[in-house]
Structure formats: C-alpha cells, structure tokens
Design a protein around this ligand. Structure first.
Ligand code: UDP
Length: 194
C-alpha cells in the first residue's frame, strides 16, 4: 500500500476513482475491508484518545477526507492527489454496486433520513440491492444491530453514525462478518436524502 504518514496515521495515496476500483477488487475477492475517511478533527481526536488511534491504525485504509489533510501532505513533501471524502467514495461505490448488482446496508442517520436515502438509492441506482437499513440512534453496547446487519450478508456496509462512533461500531462489529466493505461515511445520508 502506498501511504503517507501524517501525525501517526498512514493515509492511502489515491484518487477517489482509483480507490473505489481497489475496493471493487476486495469485494470480488470477498475480503473484509475497513475504511476510515479521516478529516482533521478525527486525526486530532485520535491524538488524545489511544483507543481511537488504535482503531484507525487497525483499519485497512485511511483516506484523506478534507483539504487540510491534503495540504499537510503537500507541506510535508509527500503530496496526495486529492481529497477522498466519504460522500464521494459512497457515490462511486453505489455506481459500482449498480453495475455489479451488489447489496448495500445503510446504517445511521435519523429514522426518516435513512429511509429516504434508501428510497433515493433505489430510484437512482435500480440495480443496487438494498440489504436493509436502520437508524443510527442505538446503544453501541447493544449487539443486536450488528447481528441484524450481518444476517443480511451485505457486500457494502455504509455506516453513518458520525465520527468516532461509526469507527467504534465497525471495529466492534466486523469480527462477526464473513465479508464486506465497512466504511464510515459521516453525514452522507443527510445529503442523499436531500
Ligand atoms: N448520527 C447517528 N447516530 C448518532 C449520532 C449521529 O446516526 O448517535 C448521524 C447523524 O444523524 C448524521 C451522521 O451521523 O446523519 C453524521 O453526523 P455528523 O455530521 O455530526 O458527523 P460527521 O460528519 O462530523 O462525522
């Protein structure tokens, strides 16, 4: 993996397009993959929170979500080509999922928001299988949600619980799964729902 280290975190050196291509091969090989889209806030949080730092360092990929990270890389003499935000990765992943008929689970956001986002995806990407969806206001200690999501065997799990809650949920839930791309996508469902 070609990465750039900024404040102890290895960022993948890639464009959105290349990155989703990479995720596509992990899906084909049925490899479990954890993606953190990291903005400067989460990087600073992780420097004060060892548990969070361990979760991020344990992810398969950390992308530069924000111009601040891209600029820092440039200043360090190890340029990154562009921002790789959760929203952009999600839209390209949905395009790929539509092409390949992949299944997607939507976890997070308010009840009405995630429902609306699912409807929107169904109409814009008719070939995507919505494995299921669930709002994001549950207790992280409740392991019923991860069991429910796992039972649908999704190819892609979009986790929109806000940072670092979404990264915590992914790191705790992933061991239960056999395959899947797990990605924390922040406020993406709010944007899709419009
Ligand atoms: N969210 C959630 N459960 C929570 C807190 C937040 O599902 O306990 C959702 C919220 O509805 C929003 C998303 O997480 O859709 C992202 O929230 P925010 O924009 O605050 O997070 P960030 O983009 O900074 O990661």
């Amino acid at each position: 993996k070609n990465t750039v280290n900024i404040l102890g975190i290895n960022f993948i050196n890639t464009t959105v397009k290349q990155f989703v291509h990479t995720l596509g091969s992990h899906i084909e090989n049925r490899e479990k993959t954890f993606v953190v889209t990291a903005n400067p806030e989460i990087v600073m949080d992780a420097r004060k929170n060892e548990t969070l730092m361990n979760i991020i360092q344990g992810a398969d990929y950390v992308t530069a979500d924000g111009i601040g990270i891209v600029k820092s890389a440039g200043l360090l003499g190890v340029p990154l080509p562009e921002r790789v935000p959760g929203f952009d990765v999600t839209m390209r992943l949905l395009k790929l999922a539509n092409k390949k008929g992949l299944s997607v689970y939507l976890l997070g956001g308010k009840d009405r928001v995630v429902e609306k986002a699912a409807d929107r995806i169904k109409s814009d990407f008719p070939n995507v299988k919505i494995a299921g969806y669930h709002h994001g206001y549950f207790d992280l200690a409740d392991d019923q949600i991860m069991k429910t999501v796992e039972s649908t065997k999704p190819d892609i799990i979009l986790v929109a619980l806000g940072a670092p809650r979404q990264e915590q949920w992914i790191s705790e839930s992933m061991p239960l799964f056999d395959h899947g791309i797990f990605i924390g996508v922040g406020g993406t469902f709010d944007v899709i729902a419009g």
